[in-house]
Write a protein that binds this ligand. Structure first.
Ligand code: DX5
Ligand code: ZN
Length: 231
């Protein structure tokens, strides 16, 4: 996985058919997804429950791009080995999930994965200031985590601030929540390069009508790429 700041679209399978993950993953990759975003929720850190390491390991067999695993769980550290074994390429933990994000990011890298650090909408950019050398990605939540299909919260100032803090470091800025062709240019223009989208990718399509996923992915990418070039 080489580093670059081109726009990457990461469909969230939280919006896929939960009884058909294998075909859904293959469909979004066939239709141009750059990464596959996997939302792990524990009904404790967030008020929703999705899947655990065994399911994620089963998804791995279908992912040919990058498996981007977003942990919305607390605590994180006892589960790191299980997600490494499941085959996560990137493992992202929330800074709000515990008191030791520094240790958590070190442990993720030590387990052989890229390390991501996520910020809830109410958490300031400064919260990651001292871990940027331990991170490969900063995930900025633009909804409160837990559910797909929520309204985008405009945090342009925070994204710009993070972009400046990151400087020349090879650290991605990923945006998660409410990304669609109207909001993608806002965050791309502020310096984000990875755009997670659940409802805006899966809306209107299915494994039997996958070209709709492709149309949706292309619409988000085109809107973002234009703003990213102009930035
Ligand atoms: C929310 C998840 C997101 C979610 C985004 O807690 O982290 O990845 O799937 O869904 P949309 O794109 O529908 O806001
Ligand atoms: Zn997510």
């Amino acid at each position: 996985m080489s580093f670059d700041r081109s726009i990457k679209i990461a469909p969230s399978i939280l919006s896929a058919d939960f009884a058909d993950f294998g075909r859904e993953i293959r469909a979004i990759e066939d239709q141009g997804a750059d990464w596959v975003h996997v939302d792990v929720m524990d009904n404790h850190f967030v008020p929703n429950l999705t899947f655990g390491p065994q399911a994620v390991k089963a998804f791995r067999r279908h992912v040919q791009t990058v498996m981007d695993v977003h942990l919305m769980i607390a605590p994180v550290d006892p589960s790191i080995a299980a997600y490494a074994d499941a085959g996560a390429d990137i493992l992202t933990a929330h800074v709000e999930a515990g008191p030791h994000i520094h240790r958590t990011l070190q442990a993720i890298r030590a387990a052989g994965m890229k390390a991501g650090v996520a910020l809830n909408p109410g958490t300031p950019a400064e919260a990651v200031a001292h871990v940027l050398d331990l991170a490969d990605l900063v995930l900025v939540m633009t909804v409160n985590p837990g559910f797909g299909g929520q309204k985008f919260i405009d945090l342009t100032g925070k994204v710009r601030q993070l972009r400046a803090m990151i400087g020349d470091r090879p650290v991605h800025i990923e945006i998660d929540g409410g990304v669609d062709p109207t909001t993608a240019p806002i965050v791309a223009g502020a310096g984000a390069d990875v755009l997670v989208a659940g409802s805006a990718v899966f809306r209107g399509g299915s494994v039997d009508a996958p070209q709709v996923y492709g149309d949706n992915i292309r619409a988000i990418r085109a809107a973002a790429a234009q703003a990213s070039r102009a930035a």
